[in-house]
Write a protein that binds this ligand. Structure first.
Ligand SMILES: *Cc1c(COP(=O)(O)O)cnc(C)c1O
Length: 359
């Protein structure tokens, strides 16, 4: 055992951060409804590409520009290859965006209840920020964003509320921030509605960030991307190449490019999840839960009679994992990922039993 007295001067010079806490990844078989993963496998072509991979090439560094993946995405979204930036999950892409675009003395704006990583990056990079409060129905108040800022970021649909805002809302925020970058984090857009990508031609301050982790069933592959105009994408690449040139592995480049091509499978999977979601809303209502209308692959629900923390623990005991945050305003809510119909049945059965035994 090494025991060294720590020099306080060393400690003083350390960049101290409060890290993001990811949802649990239990390694045994559980009903996993806690991190918004997709219950269905990725496009079948991905398995083939993986089987055909030439492992001898693993000796070599991957293509730093991930050109195959960038070009598949550019084709998919009908944009130029110089309009796409890829990274190791959208977390990597977003972290690069914070570092690149939020470099003002003025505060970056994002909602008080949103993806909790935004605050972590702002703190890590010493970016000033302010968090306008969601209203009583958990909606973003667009008027609160009509002020001087160093940029804006929000997810649409928002997380963990699952509320989707129409494009006129997104456009209002873009129009009020002509001098700053506005990032729309569209992790759940495929379950929701129209994408801000439609606005790219009209707003040169817009960056749309997407992920393969939710709708594309590839959280384990770590692929995310940003779409914007060539100028902002160039700045993003300059920072990325000042940080780590080889972010995307050969495997994620090949599998990601293949997944994008199978549009039919993608649509079918999304359709299944949306159908399960709509049915789950009815079931949750019957059980007495209250929730904002979800347009994502999860539902943010509270029960007027049962404590969310207790429900969370009771479900976990039965190997059913949902997400719960012990933080202000959302303490009484559970975020429940939409799994397969069977997984949801198991959740509802466990809830029914719990309610029966509690009363
Ligand atoms: C899941 C999620 C991400 C991160 O996704 P990865 O691509 O897996 O890093 C980013 N933003 C929001 C809002 C998310 O829910």
């Amino acid at each position: 055992m090494i025991s060294v007295e720590m020099n306080p001067n060393i400690i003083r010079n350390i960049r101290k951060v409060e890290p993001y806490v990811p949802g649990e990844q239990p390694q045994n078989r559980v009903v996993k409804l806690n991190t918004n993963e997709n219950p269905y496998p990725p496009a079948p072509g991905v398995e083939r590409v993986l089987a055909e991979m030439d492992t001898d090439r693993f000796r070599l560094y991957p293509d730093p520009s991930a050109a195959k993946l960038v070009s598949a995405l550019a084709e998919h979204h009908h944009v130029g290859e110089d309009q796409v930036f890829v990274g190791v999950g959208s977390d990597d892409v977003l972290a690069m965006c914070f570092l690149t675009f939020f470099n003002s003395e003025k505060p970056v704006l994002f909602p008080d209840i949103t993806y909790s990583f935004y605050k972590v990056w702002a703190e890590l990079y010493r970016i000033p920020y302010e968090c306008p409060k969601l209203d009583g129905d958990f909606r973003i108040v667009k008027e609160d964003y009509r002020r001087e800022s160093g940029g804006v970021i929000f997810p649409n649909p928002n997380a963990p509320t699952a509320i989707y805002e129409e494009l006129d809302f997104v456009e209002d925020i873009l129009a009020h921030h002509p001098d700053e970058v506005v990032i729309v984090d569209e992790a759940y857009i495929d379950f929701a509605g129209r994408s801000a990508l439609e606005l790219l031609g009209r707003y040169n301050n817009l960056i749309v960030v997407r992920t393969f982790s939710k709708a594309r069933s590839m959280a384990g592959m770590r692929i995310g991307y940003a779409v914007s105009n060539p100028s902002l994408i160039r700045y993003l690449n300059d920072v990325k190449y000042s940080f780590n040139s080889y972010t995307m592995s050969q495997v994620s480049i090949a599998c990601g490019a293949e997944a994008v091509r199978d549009q039919a499978y993608f649509q079918k999977t999304i359709q299944k999840i949306v159908e399960t979601r709509e049915w789950a809303k009815e079931e949750l209502q019957k059980l007495g839960f209250e929730f904002p209308d979800s347009r994502a692959n999860f539902i943010f629900a509270r029960h007027p009679r049962y404590d969310a923390g207790e429900l969370f623990e009771a479900l976990k005991k039965q190997d059913i994992y949902v997400r719960h945050w012990d933080s202000e305003r959302i303490r009484q809510y559970l975020r429940i990922t939409i799994g397969t119909r069977e997984e949801m049945e198991q959740l509802f059965a466990a809830l029914r039993t719990y309610f029966k035994n509690r009363t």
